[in-house]
Design a protein around this ligand. Structure first.
Ligand code: BG6
Length: 484
């Protein structure tokens, strides 16, 4: 049942993720009417002993968002904060969770009076090491008990394990406590507007159907750049590195949507079935198709070991062994402390056979999907240079979201995904077998890196990353084109 009282419980309520992502997303959903005050209650749970008021005060600064909030905004915010209660307790003993359960139940009685089911959403904004004990406690003490139906769901975030074995281990432990449909594994890239658009783009447009294959596409790049380093979270980052932080999850998910076959329908299981097939078709990564980097100054962070070999940059070529993609390199590249902040997909087409214009020097057709910043899709193509001469020039067909959809506020990834968890839509979440297949691809490489067999090349902060990555890209067939 999708009606009745809804309790959202944010575990790790005073942590970074909760403050920066979870609560702001909840607030935005509230403002848009998706969390009606007569149905919803929000609970924060963490170890720190603070009062409701203290948690609300701490959250206030993160939720204000605007410099000069309108009176409406301020009013919404104070009403929203009143919906939040705080319970403190440890993550591995029953005592705190029993108190939490009591609070939730009281609120359910209050809001439901005599009818309606109850829904309990547990958001684990916590490090994965405590997922197993926390899930155990939820299972034991905090499940929905309403006779009138409802549900209990849990939401977890990456890093979901460190390699195949640890991820499988974690999955098995949680799998004993909750059924797969109750578990929502967030990859927030799946909540981004232009990532969600990929399915529509590919399967609702005649343009792309005949072109989207090895006969026409030369190579695909999926790139993530950030213009800041790992300051403030060096300790976390050093344990994981850029492949686990970005490539194995965010970029690989994007690759699945770019490369998958058409699903039977839009049912989440049908979509995820196709994504798993792509992952299972990826060939083992070759060492010579990997470039790692680490920016100068990374080790200056006091929480990073002096001799750390953790990559803050990686470029990896993946090859999909199937009828559609054989021979087409997918270059996945991610880096911290680079020259810009950008995430984009670049699909580069082959040269025109029997070219009569010598237009090749202008560059190839390229289809670019910019996920951020300023969402856009553009097609780079060759046109006649306007004027009296017959010469060619590279130009663009450009769909910039800011211009085309001026009046539409594009929702934050977390907002969308949290709403999906409440609605019970698993389409944009990672299924257990998908996660396993993703780890299978990267685990051998990660182990070689962890063992020091492949070392990162130093690069200058604010640069494009190691020059070797550009060479790898060129070797894989990418031709630098003009324009943007
Ligand atoms: C997170 C990574 O998953 O994604 C961060 O842990 C990274 O290192 C962030 O900065 C990037 O997300 P976005 O939405 O800003 O591209």
């Amino acid at each position: 049942s999708e009606t009745g009282c809804l309790s959202v419980i944010v575990l790790g309520a005073s942590g970074d993720l909760a403050k920066k992502k979870t609560f702001p997303a909840l607030f935005n959903l509230y403002r848009q009417g998706f969390l009606p005050a007569d149905e919803v209650h929000i609970f924060g749970y963490a170890r720190t002993k603070i009062s409701d008021e203290e948690l609300r005060n701490r959250l206030h600064g993160y939720l204000i968002q605007e410099k000069n909030p309108s009176p409406q905004h301020s009013e919404d915010l104070s009403k929203f904060l009143q919906l939040i209660k705080y319970v403190s307790g440890s993550y591995d003993t029953e005592e705190g969770f029993k108190r939490l359960d009591k609070e939730i139940s009281q609120h359910e009685i209050l809001k439901n009076s005599s009818e309606g089911s109850s829904r309990r959403l547990f958001y684990l904004a916590l490090p994965p090491s405590v997922y197993p004990p926390v899930c155990k406690m939820i299972r034991k003490c905090c499940m929905n008990k309403s006779d009138l139906g409802g549900w209990t769901r849990i939401v977890v975030e990456k890093p979901f394990g460190k390699d195949l074995e640890s991820a499988e281990n974690l999955s098995a432990q949680i799998g004993e406590l909750f059924d797969e449909p109750q578990i929502y594994r967030i990859d927030h890239y799946l909540g981004k507007e232009l990532v969600q658009n990929l399915l529509v783009l590919r399967f609702a447009n005649r343009f792309f159907l005949p072109l989207w294959n090895r006969d026409n596409i030369d190579n695909v790049q999926i790139v993530f750049r950030e213009d800041f380093g790992t300051e403030g979270r060096g300790g976390y980052f050093d344990e994981y590195g850029i492949i686990r932080d970005i490539i194995q999850n965010h970029l690989l998910q994007v690759l699945c949507l770019v490369a998958m076959e058409k699903p039977v329908s839009l049912k989440p299981e049908h979509i995820r079935d196709e994504k798993v097939k792509v992952l299972q078709s990826v060939l083992p990564i070759k060492d010579e198709e990997v470039v790692l980097g680490q920016y100068h100054g990374y080790r200056d962070d006091p929480t990073v070991p002096d001799l750390s070999n953790t990559p803050t940059f990686a470029s990896v070529v993946l090859r999909i062994h199937n009828e559609r993609w054989e021979g087409v390199p997918f270059i996945l590249k991610a880096g911290k402390a680079l020259n810009s902040r950008k995430a984009e997909i670049r699909v580069q087409f082959k040269d025109v056979p029997g070219d009569i214009f010598k237009s090749k020097k202008q560059g190839r057709n390229e289809f670019v999907i910019r996920l951020q910043p300023s969402e856009a899709m553009y097609m780079k193509l060759t046109v006649k240079q306007p004027g009296l001469e017959m010469s060619t020039v590279q130009s663009e067909l450009d769909l910039s979201y800011r211009q085309r959809y001026q009046d539409v506020a594009i929702p934050e990834a977390y907002e969308r995904l949290i709403l999906d968890t409440i609605r019970g839509d698993q389409q944009h979440f990672v299924r257990r077998d998908e996660l396993r297949a993703a780890w299978e691809i990267f685990t051998p490489l990660l182990h070689r890196i962890d063992n020091g067999e492949i070392k990162p090349i130093p690069y200058r902060p604010g640069s494009r990353g190691p020059a070797e990555a550009d060479e790898l890209q060129a070797k894989a067939g990418y031709v630098q084109t003009h324009g943007y």
